[in-house]
Design a protein around this ligand. Structure first.
Ligand code: ASP
Ligand code: MG
Length: 460
């Protein structure tokens, strides 16, 4: 019998002929590294085989760092593949596989390291070529584990499968044709495609990468390419929480987030998909679900265009430390057109990113989270008026698209802060009203988050 046909094939987990994949399952490095986790992965895939999943996988944890480090050492004159080889060997052994399945990759890497040592230089392009091997080795391993457990699977190198990108090495983005290419290539694969995350190829044929943690990006790119119903991101946390559990022990999982809320949250370092990464899902309106391989029964967090009405008006509370406020006061200038433009031109010139902006008739306050080049910004700003800075702040952000409809929410927030006697140094509540930002002294940050959590997420 031909593989891929009929009910027998379906029972074996093959893609029934003509059936379209409707699901992308992305597994991170920690989900693929040991026997117990891989058992979970295999059973998750088996449970979903009727939906003809396409898998996207990261490198085994630690491998990308070892590869990049190895490339740097090689270019500095000491090529040594041993750290990569032994780590990979340890993982493969744990999975019951033989190192021989990645021998060709290791051979190639060895040649590359020697080449770098001879040249004595390291370009972003060669870094990408080296880094790509982590994912290449990992998909060979996963496909082979699946085949052993009688789930037909094929390792797919995304660069060979048409994931064409621009040539911005180490942070490439896909070109429009990547989607049609991938769709065609994946439809032709026998069994379950196990696709490399993170990597692509530019139009000159050079390997590129999508930036660190780029496998999530690959998952949404593949999702858009195949018109998936859903993209599952399997990681080691049970989705997004209402607050950082280190600050708020009673923080609980958030069942659903809108794309806009997830993007705002990601900006504060919440364990959630990166804003750029979610873009293909936004474009194709595909829900992205964050799930935990250590607790597969947990519902996780689904990120979608909208979320249910019954859910909380606020999605989550996030915070960042080490924030500096820059205040410019100028009674003379502020009301005049062009003043703001001049102020922001200074930040732009020194490449300093601004988070929060608050203005009054005579002053403008902005918050920044970097110290580099700030002195130059302040120097150049002096021509505009009186400049002062306040260091040592925490920025607390209350995020939720539905806040704009919630009457009295701002009142409840400020009441809670007044009761906790937290001094507020700046506030900003943009026109989209998805994000209410409050700046407080750093040592009051945790308390602020807890006070807000108590009023915004009262115990059920
Ligand atoms: N392996 C790559 C990294 O470590 C990509 C990923 O894990 O998503 O950044
Ligand atoms: Mg990751």
């Amino acid at each position: 019998m031909m593989p891929g046909t009929g009910t027998a094939a379906r029972r074996l987990g093959m893609r029934p002929e003509g059936a379209e994949s409707v699901l992308v399952m992305k597994f991170g490095g920690t989900s693929l590294g040991d026997r117990q986790r891989i058992d979970t992965v295999v059973s998750l895939v088996r449970q979903r085989r009727e939906r003809s999943p396409v898998l996207v996988c990261s490198a085994h944890s630690g491998i990308t760092d070892l590869l990049l480090d190895g490339a740097r050492r090689a270019a500095a004159g000491t090529p040594d593949l041993e750290p990569v080889r032994s780590r990979e060997q340890a993982v493969l052994e744990a999975l019951g596989l033989d190192i021989s399945i990645v021998e060709e990759d290791l051979e190639r890497l060895d040649q590359m390291f020697r080449g770098l040592a001879l040249l004595g230089e390291l370009t972003p392009r060669s870094l990408d070529a080296v880094a790509s091997f982590g994912e290449r080795m990992s998909v060979r391993a996963i496909a082979s584990v699946l085949r052993r457990r009688r789930l037909p699977a094929t390792a797919v190198m995304a660069d060979d499968a048409g994931l064409v990108t621009d040539s911005r090495y180490t942070r490439a983005t896909p070109r429009p044709e990547a989607y049609t290419n991938l769709r065609a290539a994946l439809a032709a694969v026998e069994g379950i495609p196990v696709v490399t995350g993170f990597i692509g190829r530019d139009r000159d044929g050079n390997v590129t990468t999508l930036g660190r943690s780029g496998s999530d990006f690959t998952a949404t790119i593949v999702g858009k390419a195949i018109g998936a119903e859903e993209v599952e991101i399997w990681t080691d946390v049970s989705g997004v929480l209402t607050a950082d559990p280190r600050l708020v022990p009673e923080a609980r999982p958030v069942a659903s987030l809108t794309y806009a809320e997830a993007s705002e949250l990601a900006y504060y370092g919440a364990k959630v998909i990166h804003p750029a990464t979610i873009q293909p899902a936004v474009e194709a309106r595909i829900p992205v679900r964050i799930l935990n391989t250590m607790d597969p029964a947990a519902a996780g967090t689904v990120i979608a265009p909208t979320r249910p009405r019954a859910a909380h008006e606020v999605a989550s509370i996030a915070s960042k430390k080490d924030i500096t406020l820059v205040n410019v006061t100028s009674g003379r200038m502020l009301g005049q057109s062009g003043f703001m433009a001049q102020v922001f031109e200074v930040f732009q010139r020194h490449d300093v990113v601004v988070d929060l902006i608050a203005t009054s008739e005579v002053s403008v306050t902005v918050s920044v989270d970097q110290q580099e080049r700030l002195a130059d910004v302040i120097e150049d700003m002096k021509g505009f008026g009186k400049v002062s800075i306040t260091e040592g702040n925490a920025l607390v952000a209350v995020i939720g698209e539905r806040m704009r409809q919630a009457s009295g929410l701002a009142g409840r927030v400020f009441q809670a802060l007044a009761e906790a006697k937290v001094p507020i140094r700046a506030i900003s509540y943009g026109a989209t009203k998805t994000n209410l930002q409050i700046v407080v002294p750093t040592d009051r940050g945790g308390e602020t988050v807890r006070a807000l959590h108590a009023v915004l997420f009262p115990p059920a």
